[in-house]
Write a protein of this length. Sequence first.
Length: 72
Amino acid sequence: MPATKWEKLADHIRSQIKAGELKPGDKLPSTAQLKAEHNVSDAVIRYAMHALRTEGLVQSVHGVGVFVAEGR
């Protein structure tokens, strides 16, 4: 079964973190930037961010953004 859009987005960000392209403390692109770059909806981004938060890879700061978790 092919991966969903949110799984593909989560995989893309996960690979950037694991490759060191995104380092602990780095801010992820905004929702608007991710929507434009990946041609996805807000819901796709929410699901992807939820998956990455559950894995402990990112942390959300309300009103500020989503950051790569420290200790990664």
